[in-house]
Design a protein around this ligand. Sequence first.
Ligand code: PEP
Ligand code: MG
Length: 691
Amino acid sequence: MTTAVTAPESASGGALTGDAINLPNATGLHARPAAMLVALAKKYQSTIRLMRGAEEANAKSVVSIMALGTQHGDSLRVKATGADAAEAIRALTALLTQGCGEQHEAPAPSVLPDPVAAPAEPRTAAVSVANALVGVCASPGVAVGPIVQYRQDVIVIAETGESPERERSKLDAALLLAHAQIEALKARLGDPAGAKILDAHQELLQDPDLVEAAITGVRQSQSAGHAWRAAFGQVSDRLERLEGAHNALLRERAADIRDVGRRVLVLLAGAKQAQIDLPQGAILIAEELTPSDTAALDRSKLLGFCTTTGGATSHVAILARSFGIPALCGVDPAALALAQGTLVVLDGAQGLLHHEPTAADLALAHERVVLQTARREQEKVLAHDAAGTTDGLRIEVVANVRNAQEAREAVALGGEGVGLLRSEFLFDDRDTAPDEDEQAAAYLAVAFALGPQRTLVIRTLDVGGDKPLPYLPLPKEDNPFLGLRGVRVSLDQPQMFRTQLRAILRTAGKARLHIMFPMIATLEELREAKALLAEEAAATGHTDFKVGIMIEVPSAALMAEHFAREADFFSIGTNDLTQYTLAMDRGHPRLAKKADGLHPSVLKMIAFTCEGAARHGKWVGVCGAMASDAMAVPVLIGLGARELSVSVPAIPAIKALVRRLSLADCQVLAQEVLQLGTATQVHARLAEFTQ
Ligand code: PEP
Ligand code: MG
């Protein structure tokens, strides 16, 4: 393209001014074109100003250019003072005429992707219904209510710091580190449009106006964090207050600055966990919720939640199911831009978040909530009776719990025992590991909640991967899900493992104790774990227990027949089994819709497991999310599962479902779906079956 560059037309007081150009950019000089202009300006030694009438901005500062609030068609000139002024004016005027890299692009998206978030689904692909944002069902059900946006942005910072020199070096280090973080993020993103936005964010980190404002604060004895927060807060507030046709866009630019600002602030302060305060009847929207965030939520106030990260088998989804409230994971990130208090209909089963529903939508949703409540009440009536198929096969419906309180809730809802006590919740969210007495007290409380006749399956510590422990720093691994995880951590830390085993053994006889090892991949691991258990059992004199393993690694499923000779029972962890069979991270937002336990490959693993167990007369349960999924239950029973360990609120519904099934039909169905080629075909067949 040819560039309308004219020689500088005037010189006054040493300054040269270029020709006027009409800004071609549809949405003015927002972060990306401004960053491009700044990058070029910085190549020149001259002082360079961008002029719009009497207003002007530092052409080497993105924030200064953005604060000019330029719009399409604005008449702009470049003014420069210095040795290379004429050259700078020529080059910058040419770049402005060309649209600063934006000439042929569509206008900027209405909401910029958040660079802090993991890569998310493209927004256009995700929206399929008007006012509906699509996600993955983490927990079924319908809820109607106002949203509460949750951000982890409560960062506590001291106002004054050490010496100005010390604070200055902290600031410099944080800016450098933030730059490196964004660089790494760009590499992970692998998307040129996203990378351009991140370039602009990196440019902001070096913005002379912004950095100078922070340095001024530091010189006045403020801490680096305080000065930095004040500097970026001032700039973002200024942008937000600018009048003009592009207010929404300017607000986004302000959001960009806050994003970058927060990244540096977190580095300066160390992230502080925000307390999530919920009003009554809220639907929470967050980019991410850690298991401890979720566990700390006030369930009595929460109607449902959505996160833009995570998938159906992520731990946050498991917690949602344990709450018995609808939840979506991997939801369209546009959800983060909804205003606080926006009324939404959250449809867990459909994986949809409807915002600003019409009166008719609302009436329908309220009707569904009423029906849902009525059906749940009805299911509870028979929840305490044993569940069996119409042709007489008994299916034990037990619960996945984390503590005695949940075990009591399970019993109250008709749970026949505990099929999975996730013992890691006792180890989580604290500074040191619990000792034997503390652990024993917690396990005994669960055992007493059940009594001697009910099954209690205690899973030994399952940490690593997506479940780190603060006091057990595991080595940095390229693939933590394939590294020290589950029983591997226990075998690596035998003293901690033995302590846990002794504590667990103290519950023998108080409930029907089953000890289960997670993430077993090889027979050697099982033998090693069993040997330690045998030593502790001999030392403590406890013998009244069974030993089983989770089947959640393909090697264990494929070798089930061998494992069945040496284990008393199997419990299939479909969450990890799906992740490892399909090689899809269980928390990856882009893979969430594909990481499907109903994929025929996963069903084949389950079939293998059941066949291996049957050869040695061992029982198989399922404790992964599939056991709580009404669509999956007929197949699981048809394949040979005889125990379903489900989220506590799902107990009555799963029992009611079992009573409607016949084993013979389930077996035919299972054989049929094993022959199919895709998860979509399996879903279609199961939808027909459950109709
Ligand atoms: C599973 O992997 O299915 C399982 C039940 O274990 P967790 O979800 O705790 O990893
Ligand atoms: Mg698992």
